[in-house]
Design a protein around this ligand. Sequence first.
Ligand SMILES: [Zn+2]
Length: 431
Amino acid sequence: MQIIYSPRYNFQIPFLDRVYWFDGRKFARVMGAVEKVQSTIKTVVRTPTSMASMEDCLAVHDQAYLDTLKLSKTVADVLEFAPVRFLPNRVSERLIVEPQLWMAAGTMLAGHLAWTHKMDIYNIGGGFHHAYPDHGEGFCLVNDIALMVKALRAKGMTGKIAYVDVDAHMGNGVAHCLASDRGVVMVDLYNRNIYPQNPRALDRIDIPVQISIGVGDYEYLAKLERALSQASERGPYELCIVVAGTDVYQKDPIGKMGITEEGIRRRDRLVFEWCKSMGAPFVALTGGGYTKDSARLVSTSVIEAATRYGRTSGGPEGPPEVLDLSEEDAAEDGPVSGCRREGDIDVSGDVPDVVLAALEATGGLCVQDRAGDGVFDGDGFGVAGVVEVEEVELDRMGARYAQVHCPRGLEPNTGQAVWIAGRGWLEACGG
Ligand SMILES: [Zn+2]
């Protein structure tokens, strides 16, 4: 299994979780937990190299709707969070729309890798199953699942796809976006007492399983098992898509399903094992989850899946996608060897040459700032400077930590990132 993640998935809105029901840094927290055990689970992390483009989105969404995504009003309506309406359009686009487009690109990359390399992929993000072709809903601006399926079909994938949606909410947007693709077999377990309660979508879902508020683990897992065995009869599948929302959790104020932490673990194990029994690779997406425990629940699922389905080699070569901090590399290079450098380096020029030159000159550890203006504001692309490694240590699990001194701009806990040559992004996560 491989993981897909980018620091750009995170919503860089300070204290978002205090005023809204979503922790904008959930994805970084998940990745932080995964990185701590990465050397033991030996997985590979890939990063999408660009956001989903308007052209990608047009495969599913109307131009008229996509045009409105530039407006704070649209974003506020989709998020059902009125204060966003008062943000300048460009700010809401950058802080809210773009992270979703990055996650959509991650989902598309996941689908591509799963199909072409027959490998299991966990995208730490995505699962925007409420977005319709002509409008967004329920926090979902673009439907990454439909984008992935449409892209795969355009590339010639003709086999059946199992869509297993175990998020607490019904995948109403997916049902509409993929209404005419009957090669996608939809299995959806959802809380019938909460949003979206959409009977039209229900017509498209092949195996709908309606759950009531407060269902316990036992009944939930029994129904899931039954639904999956019904789905087996409709196979074989070339690919399985899993929306593994953790909003089914018993403390979740939105999902209200009453499932325990152990119940979620068993659910994910059941679903992934079923995908394997079908002989199909899976693409897992994180979906919803609105408690302080959500990041932990997701990271447990990711780590367990990575442990169970092992390290998968293969896939396209070279940076910037591959982050591989395996033990073999550590033994070969020593901890973050090739990433040490004294002092700063002055670099200027165009991407990608300037990035490559900086990496070559520094032996590997440099800070990217996408505008090239020395401010880590996530806009554009360029090299701002070089960080010095002050200290490197291994923890008990063999994970490597680098204490770095950043000459300018890089703030801890803000989702900014350091690029380590050939190894990927290291987030500025410590104080
Ligand atoms: Zn949900």
